[in-house]
Design a binder for this molecule. Structure first.
Ligand code: FUB
Length: 373
């Protein structure tokens, strides 16, 4: 009996439990079959203790998992220079200025150490009001969100129109051979995003000039001052097309941009009446650029903007203006010790323009940028 009570006491809610025992075993009160009853009670207590321990551990597990997911969601990263994020590999940055913040969307390299191909299943989202302190948001988009797609969360870009956020992504198609471009939509820049059309916007069979299956990648998007939106993308050839106001349909034929030694990673931006088309050139990649007064060209080639980014054979840029400064956001393989072409990391340095609108070559630094005010 003593043992039994000890067992009860180890049980957090034993006080509630005792009346239940009397209810289940009325013979305890009458005194008959006392030994049998004791056995039964001990048996019950044993299993209740076991159950309690199980529920207790399960509860703790759920509590800690939820809390660590929550902590991860709102994790604050104070960058100590380049790379800006060091707890995971981030690639293919696409920054977007919205309100008082910069939203930074990246791919997520998860290839294990010895794997020398890309392994990427989701996109990541960070935001900052000063370019140094970043908040990590819950991953707002995964390749699984596109039911028609296979895998490969490659380069992407987000843009806002009429209060909706459109995220154009490069991804492998599930049934049409090759890479494709999908579009997801959300009501706020942190998502969650969902597939906007339930099918790909661009598939490999829509562009037949280039005989590779990965020429439909790396979407970049712009809404011009007159409200016309354009999508640029490509590998080996740079394509572009108008988008309808709904942002989820092409508005006219796919056209080709004529620029030298185009590899991939186009980024289109406009500043002071100039259109800039920067892109990765050759391999390993340098970022070069061309300028035009007209979005449909002709484009004037201006040369190298950023040299090969250290130990990464790709070099994928995003260009923004924020709080009075211009930024060049790119990736290298700078995380010790496994960083490299398939485990990349986002970096940020200043971008400077000359008075004629041309861009000065970027100086990649370890220090990165200072707090924007
Ligand atoms: O991250 C996968 C691919 O590598 C991107 O789509 C390219 O731009 C290159 O960075």
């Amino acid at each position: 009996m003593k043992e039994m009570l000890k067992n009860y006491k180890t049980h957090r809610n034993y006080l509630n439990f005792i009346p239940t025992l009397f209810y289940r075993h009325p013979e305890f009160i009458s005194g008959s079959n006392f030994k049998e009853m004791l056995k039964q009670v001990q048996h019950d207590v044993y299993f209740l203790n076991k159950k309690f321990k199980l529920f207790h551990s399960l509860g703790l597990f759920i509590f800690f998992s939820l809390n660590s997911a929550k902590a991860q969601e709102n994790k604050i990263i104070v960058s100590k220079g380049n790379p800006i994020i060091t707890d995971k590999y981030t690639a293919d940055p696409a920054a977007y200025v919205y309100g008082d913040s910069v939203y930074l969307y990246t791919g997520h390299d998860v290839a294990p150490k010895a794997k020398n191909t890309y392994e990427m299943h989701e996109w990541l989202c960070y935001s900052s009001a000063d370019m140094v302190t970043w908040k990590e948001h819950k991953s707002p988009l995964n390749t699984k969100d596109f039911a028609w797609a296979k895998d490969d969360a490659w380069a992407s870009q987000v843009i806002e129109r009429s209060g909706k956020f459109y995220w154009y992504v490069a991804i492998t198609h599930g049934t049409v051979h090759g890479k494709s471009i999908g579009v997801a939509v959300a009501d706020n820049p942190r998502g969650p995003f969902k597939d906007a059309i339930g099918k790909a916007l661009i598939t490999n069979d829509m562009t037949t000039d280039v005989k590779i299956s990965w020429d439909d990648i790396d979407p970049t998007v712009i809404i011009d001052d007159d409200g016309q939106a354009y999508l640029f993308w490509g590998n080996q050839k740079c394509y572009y097309a108008k988008l309808k106001k709904n942002m989820i349909e092409l508005d006219g034929p796919i056209q080709t941009v004529n620029v030298p030694e185009f590899t991939e990673a186009p980024w289109i931006h406009k500043r002071k009446g100039w259109y800039y088309l920067s892109y990765a050139s050759q391999f390993p990649e340098k970022i070069v650029y061309a300028m035009s007064r007209n979005i449909s060209g002709p484009w004037e080639y201006k040369g190298i903007l950023n040299e090969i980014a250290g130990n990464s054979n790709t070099n994928h840029q995003s260009i923004i203006d924020f709080k009075g400064k211009s930024y060049f956001i790119y990736h290298n393989g700078g995380i010790n010790t496994d960083g490299g072409s398939y485990r990349r990391s986002v970096c940020i340095d200043y971008l400077n323009y000359n008075s004629d609108g041309t861009m000065k070559r970027v100086i990649m630094t370890s220090e990165g940028v200072k707090k924007a005010k």
